[in-house]
Every structure is written in C-alpha cells, then in structure tokens.
Design a protein around this ligand. Structure first.
Ligand code: HEM
Length: 143
C-alpha cells in the first residue's frame, strides 16, 4: 500500500490542522484505547491513574501523537524514521504490534470527532492509509 501524491498532500494539510490540538487528540485517543480495549492497560500498569483524562494519560497521549505528527515530515521514508521507536516497542517495551492498529483506529475516531468539518471521506481515506503505514513501520523490527 502506498499514498498517492495527492493523498500525501491531503495528509499534510489535515495533520497541520490537527497538530494544533495535539494535546486534546492525544488524550482522547489514548483514553479511548484504554477504555475500549482494556487489555492495553497492562502496558501502563506502572502509572498511578489510567482513567480517561488522567495526567499520565494526557501526557503520554501527547507523546504518542507527537510521534504520529512528526512522522508526517518523513512520509516518504516512514520505516527509517520510525526505526528506533519500533525497536523500543519491540525489544524494550515488548508491545504486541496488534495494539498499534487499535491505537490508530482510536486516533482515526478521534479525528472524526474533533474535526467533523475537515474530516471528509477523502481525508478519511488518506489519513487511514497514513496511519496504517505508521503501524507497519512501527512493526518493522518485529519481523
Ligand atoms: C512509549 C510512540 C503505540 C506502549 C512511547 C514513546 C513514543 C511512543 C514517542 C516515548 C518513547 C521515549 O520515551 O523515548 C508511539 C506511537 C504509537 C505507539 C507513534 C502508534 C502510533 C503504542 C501502543 C502501546 C504503546 C499501541 C501499547 C498498547 C508504550 C509504552 C511506552 C511507550 C508502555 C512507555 C511509556 C511509559 O513507560 O510511561 N510510545 N507508541 N505504544 N509506548 Fe508507544
């Protein structure tokens, strides 16, 4: 799967807007991940409070979303751009890569919620593909 030139432009424009609400997007997406797929809580068992909107969830949500937003600049080379993050999740954190898809799904839902006017079907397709490519790049070191 690859993004066309037009889709890349759509992703860049949409992400440029979404980035301005990175904190809110990160909090909503991670809060939802932990609520809708509670099995993901096991990875964050060392946090004091895993409830939606808690300081730890908000802070880490922003960290993760910044990873997603920063990668937009490296859209043509995601595998290389995300290699060290892939290594970290594979060997240090030992996160099952199936969880990347769950997170990306929640990021997509969050975009639709927070940006109803910008999130057209055309944007949906391009951003969905971009997130799938991010998941694939993060799964690189598991092979
Ligand atoms: C840490 C990005 C998905 C579990 C991190 C960090 C980043 C990041 C940037 C901080 C790394 C550092 O401190 O050097 C991402 C991105 C994801 C993703 C871009 C997918 C789009 C996930 C998923 C899980 C997960 C799905 C588990 C369900 C963790 C854990 C940490 C971490 C446990 C360490 C947090 C802590 O100890 O407080 N991730 N992540 N990540 N990530 Fe991910």
């Amino acid at each position: 799967m690859s993004l066309s030139r037009k889709e890349k432009a759509i992703v860049k424009t949409f992400m440029g807007k979404a980035m301005k609400k990175a904190d809110e997007v990160g909090n909503e997406a991670l809060s939802r991940l932990l609520t809708v797929y509670p099995q993901t809580k096991t990875y964050f068992a060392h946090w004091k409070d895993l409830s939606p909107g808690s300081p730890a969830v908000r802070k880490h949500g922003l960290t993760v979303l910044n990873g997603v937003f920063d990668a937009v600049d490296k859209i043509d080379n995601l595998e290389v751009a995300l290699l060290s993050l892939s290594e970290l999740h594979a060997f240090m954190l030992r996160v099952d890569p199936a969880n990347f898809k769950l997170l990306c799904h929640n990021v997509l839902v969050t975009f639709a919620m927070l940006f109803p006017d910008d999130f057209t079907a055309e944007v949906h397709v391009a951003v969905d593909k971009y997130l799938a490519l991010v998941c694939l790049a993060l799964s690189e070191k598991y092979r």
